[in-house]
Design a protein around this ligand. Structure first.
Ligand SMILES: *Cc1c(COP(=O)(O)O)cnc(C)c1O
Length: 488
């Protein structure tokens, strides 16, 4: 069973996956997490490890079905050459999670979420089609479109900000074309897109379609992410990288706190994690919170080179607040209300936590890290991963901790080629395609052929003014809802 962070109201995991957000506005968390026996998993493939982890959380699901879903996803053409790879350096390694179709780690969860939703509907005898509503700072949008495009009767709505997404991200999102995929460019920032989506969730009353969220508030997004923490640990252990205590650290470029929260769950499963390093960019709300206990959201969003982390309201943090408040849902609820009203909360309990370390990287430091990493290791880092590497370097300097650390590598550097080129001092070419080619030549790294395919497309942007968005989308979605009724 899972329960809501705000009232403790319980529900099944399948219903939680269908709901996304709990009705009381809270997020779903697992009641208690049993340890997973990791000793049998040593030599297993990624799909085998992931199956074990999925089954552990999805106890209500048929275990054969879970196994099929996991194997079909992670052993498919979607992930080339493999879903994840751990590349060892000296005292650390990079966990490459961007081998999916949209070249960012969100594919790890969003490629499998549609099937989990389908199965959750089976369990609950729900026949309606899905309508997925998503706000994105770039990567979630394309990963959701890619994940759901197979389900021809489902609709996907993606809202992205015109300010902030990279040229490649926009090209990728707008090139998914099908009657059931709807992509809009909103004249604002990510938080404004998120506000529109929240409004729609609150105000839309559909009768024939099931509204769902693909954002990481959905617990179905978190579960698949736990698997790679377990897998990376097993790989590092097997490669004899772990010291006497057999412990491991993970350093995670963080925005909505979804990825690192999955690492935190992996620790609860029994992965001997010493530290989880939270890496923020200049929007360092989380860093401030973990250092001081002060969480303030009335500050302006800075547009950075790592747009997928340009977030002020870090939605998954609530799941963690629930834990440090010892599961006191009334306290969580009053804090979240206070946050909404006063735009700021202060929590002294944060001081008792020893798992998390936090720090942030400035834009200048991020560029420097990309440059230094390439010159020292011949590795190209995308700007998000470079934020993590910067924070890892700071951590090493401060602590001298020699625990083997996995730097979670969340996006392909070619997805953010302009930033990487700027960092390396390579001149930008006229077209994106020429630029990417030039970066490939310079770095001697090969470019995934699917990137060239995307570059053949043309951006066909559909702008939507934020002031009109709610009214307009209510009408469009209302029409879809009605259409479904005549078909049923
Ligand atoms: C989404 C994203 C992040 C941040 O992950 P959260 O789960 O939101 O903390 C980091 N890097 C990339 C490339 C992303 O797409």
């Amino acid at each position: 069973m899972v329960k809501s962070t705000r009232t403790g109201k319980k529900t099944t995991i399948s219903k939680a996956i269908l709901d996304g957000l709990a009705q009381d506005g809270g997020l779903y968390v697992f009641e208690n997490i049993k340890q997973l026996n990791l000793s049998h998993l040593n030599d297993k493939s990624y799909a085998e490890v992931a199956t074990k982890v999925f089954k552990h959380f999805l106890d209500e699901f048929d275990s054969k079905k879970v196994k099929n879903i996991v194997h079909q996803t992670y052993e498919s053409e979607l992930f080339k050459p493999s879903p994840v790879a751990l590349k060892f350096k000296d005292k650390f390694g990079y966990l490459n999670l961007y081998n999916g179709e949209t070249f960012a780690f969100k594919d790890m969860a969003l490629s499998v979420l549609p099937q989990l939703i389908e199965e959750a509907k089976n369990i609950n005898s729900i026949k309606q089609n899905n309508l997925v509503l998503t706000a994105t700072s770039g990567d979630t949008g394309s990963a959701a479109l890619s994940g759901f495009k197979w389900l021809k009767d489902d609709h996907v709505f993606v809202l992205y900000p015109t300010i902030g997404v990279s040229q490649f991200q926009e090209l990728q999102m707008t090139s998914f074309s099908s009657d059931n995929l709807h992509v809009f460019a909103i004249d604002g920032n990510f938080d404004e897109c998120q506000t529109i989506v929240k409004k729609l969730f609150n105000e839309l009353k559909t009768t024939h379609i099931q509204l769902t969220s693909a954002n990481s508030i959905n617990i179905g997004r978190i579960i698949p992410q736990v698997a790679y923490y377990v897998y990376a640990y097993l790989k590092a252990l097997k490669a004899n990288k772990l010291k006497d205590k057999k412990q491991i650290n993970f350093c995670v470029p963080t925005g909505n706190f979804g990825n690192i929260y999955a690492g935190y769950l992996a620790k609860k499963l029994g992965v001997p994690i010493h530290k989880l390093l939270i890496a923020s960019n200049q929007n360092d709300v989380l860093d401030e919170f973990f250092k001081t206990g002060q969480y303030t959201i009335n500050r302006s969003l800075v547009k950075t080179m790592s747009p997928s982390m340009d977030i002020i309201i870090s939605s998954n943090l609530e799941r963690y607040l629930y834990d440090i408040l010892d599961g006191n849902t009334a306290k969580v609820k009053s804090l979240m209300t206070k946050l909404q009203n006063d735009k700021s909360i202060q929590l002294k309990e944060i001081k008792n936590d020893t798992t998390f370390y936090s720090n942030s990287a400035t834009e200048k430091e991020t560029l420097k890290t990309i440059r230094q990493t390439f010159s020292n290791e011949k590795e190209l880092l995308d700007p998000h991963t470079a934020v993590a590497k910067t924070v890892y370097n700071k951590y090493l300097k401060e602590t001298n901790d020699d625990t083997f650390t996995v730097i979670v590598s969340t996006a392909s550097p070619f997805k953010f080629s302009d930033v990487v080129m700027r960092a390396l001092g390579i001149e930008k070419k006229e077209t994106l395609k020429e630029s990417i080619q030039s970066l490939a030549n310079y770095s001697k790294m090969s470019v995934d052929s699917r990137i060239w395919d995307i570059l053949k497309n043309k951006t066909t942007k559909t702008p939507l003014e934020k002031s009109d968005a709610v009214t307009y989308l209510k009408k469009v979605i209302g029409d879809i809802d009605e259409n479904q009724s005549s078909r049923n």
